[in-house]
Design a protein around this ligand. Structure first.
Ligand code: ZN
Length: 286
């Protein structure tokens, strides 16, 4: 099942993408894809609803904006340096344990929304990532049971302002949390949609030029390990996002480094999870 949220920013309604690509409106029956939806068995109810009501539900026109496929999560936990080729291009060691950092959940936006450069930003960079969405409260779960806690998967562009991240002292969160730095979507795919989540091709283009071309096969720490590991340090809540890290090919790794400017177009996708596209714009007050 593929879940979408559609409509104006902050007013998104829930919907489903059918097998033939038709987008249907589920808002008569469901209020939103949020923590209570997931905790109350909403996925099961939605599956049943879409089986019986698909012909009656209103169709969502292709012109309607997509929002992030889940309501704003309680937290976004990101994994750093989880691909060895990206660690190498960043001049950093492959870590012994997962490197984790947070991204403010206010950074979440729709998959095709504009990327707004922060005021005075000169080093905004891209990172295609597989994002895992948690389906039920997870605390001290084992690797063996970890996938039972996963609601599904989506595409995330972990935008990163490298000066804020690396040259301003303190933690990476400064460079990861600006508004629009977490486009999610186009849809949330439940695990049954994906044959093998540990072998998904992923790519990212800037202005049509291929920058990142990787696969989740290259993950150093896989999804069961990450869910279990994080749950030793914090309770993961339904709707929380784990962004699993990026492969090589970010702007920071180019010689000389290359960063985004107004007018640039960033396209990205992951096998089975669709694609997204963001146009880079200046901050309105810049
Ligand atoms: Zn990242």
């Amino acid at each position: 099942m593929k879940l979408i949220r559609f409509g104006a920013p902050g007013e998104e309604a829930p919907g489903v993408v059918l097998e033939d690509g038709t987008r249907i409106d589920a808002s008569e029956e469901f209020s939103d894809y949020d923590d209570s939806f997931l905790a109350d068995g909403g996925l099961k109810k939605l599956r049943e609803w879409s089986r019986t009501e698909r012909d009656e539900a209103p169709v969502v026109p292709d012109t309607v904006r997509l929002g992030p496929p889940i309501a704003r999560p309680s937290k976004i936990v990101c994994i750093g340096l989880n691909y060895s080729d990206h660690a190498a291009e960043s001049d950093m060691e492959v870590p012994d344990e997962p490197v984790i950092f947070f991204k403010a959940s206010s950074a979440v936006c729709g998959p095709n929304d504009d990327l707004v450069l922060p005021k005075e930003s000169t080093k905004t960079d891209w990172e295609v990532e597989l994002a895992v969405v948690i389906g039920q409260e997870a605390s001290y779960v084992s690797e063996e049971e970890a996938l039972d806690y996963v609601a599904g998967y989506t595409v995330h562009n972990d935008y990163s302002e490298r000066e804020y991240q690396l040259e301003r002292g303190g933690q990476w969160v400064k460079g990861k949390s600006c508004d629009t730095f977490a486009p999610l979507g186009p849809f949330l795919a439940t695990p049954d949609e994906i044959d093998d989540v540990s072998a998904l091709d992923m790519w990212l283009d800037v202005n049509g030029e291929r920058k990142q071309d990787g696969s989740t096969e290259q993950l150093i720490f896989g999804i069961p390990t990450l869910v279990s590991y994080l749950s030793q340090f914090m309770t993961l809540l339904p709707g929380d996002v784990i962004s699993t890290g990026t492969p090589a090919g970010v702007g920071l790794g180019e010689d000389p480094p290359q960063f985004l400017a107004p007018g640039d177009v960033v396209s990205l996708g992951i096998e089975g999870l669709g694609q997204a596209q963001q146009t880079v714009v200046s901050h309105p007050e810049a």
